[in-house]
Design a protein around this ligand. Structure first.
Ligand SMILES: Nc1ncnc2c1ncn2[C@@H]1O[C@H](COP(=O)(O)OP(=O)(O)OP(=O)(O)O)[C@@H](O)[C@H]1O
Length: 263
């Protein structure tokens, strides 16, 4: 069945999640639109990664509803979940590459799991994904430990797009990169989003990324999505944390950087 174009590609309603007596989410609502890049921001420990992990079915919410492509992620059989999972790719915070596999083998891993392809075709396709993220051909045979942090992130991105997903989830893709590497990674995300028509759900602390590539931003605070909108709309939100985040010195520097790029 075709997805309704107006229906959010991800719909979260009334999400509640606690660890012991520590409540992380208490009524999280969020819609993600098909084709957008949405940045998820919030203070440390506000549950950005926990939200991502619940949406992709790696953590079980205590209450609430999560729909991806109109399907409830919780109420699926193993087979249905496998089919859903094929339509998204995840790049975890640290890249989460298999250290004993080469870059190309890492990209092949989800293909082996989900697709029944002849070896040579799978290798060729994985090689194409490695090229798409801007890694040189000689990176294909290297192990994660032989790569720079930026190259490891690109390899993680290549694995996230291995199955031609409709959504990619990126957990702090530019964390730990120097400003030039981070800007190059932002450019890559923007280019692949456009070229492949991706929806991008991106957890980030990086104000430069928000300015450079995000269509909308969702702020997690007080156990909820406190505000969601464009960067311009975020500047008008009257909440102390949101105000400090979007008007503070780092925000001004990021805004100045964006302005001078456009000059
Ligand atoms: N598996 C777990 N067991 C217990 N507590 C957890 C677990 N996973 C996350 N938490 C707690 O949930 C809270 C939210 O964690 P999460 O990693 O989502 O924060 P975050 O917003 O992504 O933070 P950061 O920006 O620092 O990465 C934290 O207090 C964390 O300690």
């Amino acid at each position: 069945m075709e997805d309704d174009a107006d229906r959010p590609i991800i719909r979260v309603r009334g999400l509640v999640k606690s660890f012991g007596n520590h409540t992380v989410h208490d009524g999280v609502d969020l819609d993600v639109r098909r084709g957008e890049i949405i940045g998820i921001v919030g203070g440390s420990g506000t549950g950005k990664s926990v939200l991502l992990h619940q949406i992709v079915g790696l953590l079980k919410p205590d209450a609430g509803r999560i729909e991806v492509f109109g399907e409830s992620v919780r109420d699926t059989s193993d087979e249905e979940y496998r089919a859903l999972r094929r339509r998204w790719g995840v790049m975890f915070q640290d890249g989460a590459l298999f250290s004993s596999l080469t870059v190309r083998q890492n990209v092949e891993a989800p293909m082996r799991e989900q697709l029944d392809l002849p070896d040579d075709l799978r290798e060729t396709l994985a090689g194409i994904k490695v090229r798409m993220v801007g890694l040189p051909d000689n990176a294909q045979g290297k192990y994660p430990s032989d790569l720079s942090g930026g190259m490891r992130k690109r390899a993680g991105f290549a694995r996230a797009i291995a199955l031609d997903p409709e959504i990619v989830f990126l957990d702090e893709p530019t964390a730990g990169l120097d400003p030039i590497g981070a800007a190059a990674f932002d450019t890559l995300i923007g280019q692949l989003q456009t070229a492949l028509g991706l929806t991008v759900f991106m957890v980030t602390h990086d104000l430069d990324s928000l300015h450079a590539i995000c269509d909308r931003v969702a702020v997690l605070a007080e156990k909820k999505v406190l505000a969601v909108g464009t960067m311009d709309e975020m500047l008008k939100v009257d909440h102390p944390w949101v105000h400090e985040y979007f008007h503070g010195p780092r925000a001004r520097a990021a805004l100045a950087g964006t302005a001078s790029e456009g000059d």
